[in-house]
Design a binder for this molecule. Structure first.
Ligand SMILES: [Zn+2]
Length: 243
């Protein structure tokens, strides 16, 4: 059972040292997927990973940073600096009550402020606190998908077909492979690169692929968290630094 469904007394008795924080985004996902897509994937991966690792699980945070999706109603964001401060405070509240390790599962590719956040926390608080994070780029699902993609693509569409098929409008799915690199989202909203808001080939999606992608992703995230925590645990002092 997800630990956020338990009482505080039950969680205190279990005394977990690892907390998992899934992070989504509320943003446009083309004409065929709901705006909850990244949040729904974060929720599902958080549930699977926390169960495998016996971890305390927070409900997935819905809103993060997605100004690159400006242009249609329904995308919601906060400033990157707000996200940094908010997540910093959340992780400090976990540290204060004795959590030693925190794993962030970021299901939206645009939370770039997570890099300095995680690096600063580990530099400041190792070895008492270890923070690891994964993004969609951590998980290579190309063994399952037939096509490349970035957003509302074969992979995301397959996963939502597995998680919440009633919210998917496959008849409206349109493929688009933009002729600019992903980094050009720094220069203009996604609608400049792809008028449909889709970056990839959603018409290749199936629920079966989605279930496989979710299973592989959960296993890969557990492996990656264990590898990162193991690496941090083995560090010895270097000069004046524990980092
Ligand atoms: Zn997405």
């Amino acid at each position: 059972m997800e630990m956020f469904k338990m009482t505080a007394d039950e969680i205190t008795a279990l005394d977990p040292e690892l907390a998992i924080i899934p992070i989504g985004s509320i943003e446009q996902h083309g004409a065929h997927l709901p705006i909850m897509t990244d949040w729904a994937i974060a929720t599902e991966l958080g549930r699977r990973v926390a169960e495998k690792m016996g971890a305390f699980l927070l409900p997935a945070f819905p809103v993060s940073t997605c100004r690159e999706h400006m242009g249609k109603k329904g995308s919601v964001w906060m400033a990157p600096t707000t996200f940094y401060q908010m997540m910093h405070d959340v992780i400090m509240s976990l540290k204060d009550q004795g959590f030693k390790r925190v794993g962030l599962i970021i299901a939206h590719g645009g939370v770039f402020i997570a890099n300095p956040l995680v690096r600063d926390l580990n530099a400041k608080y190792n070895p008492e606190l270890q923070v690891a994070f994964v993004t969609p780029d951590t998980v290579n699902v190309r063994s399952i998908t037939e096509t490349p993609g970035l957003h509302a693509d074969e992979s995301e569409t397959s996963q939502i077909l597995a998680i919440a098929p009633e919210t998917v409008h496959m008849e409206k799915a349109r493929d688009c492979d933009p002729d600019v690199p992903r980094s050009y989202l720094n220069y203009g909203s996604i609608f400049r690169a792809t008028p449909s808001g889709v970056w990839g080939y959603p018409t290749k999606a199936t629920a079966e692929k989605g279930e496989k992608i979710l299973a592989i992703s959960a296993d890969t995230i557990v492996e990656e968290f264990n590898r990162a925590f193991d690496y941090m645990s083995k560090k010895e002092k270097f000069g004046y630094s524990d980092f």
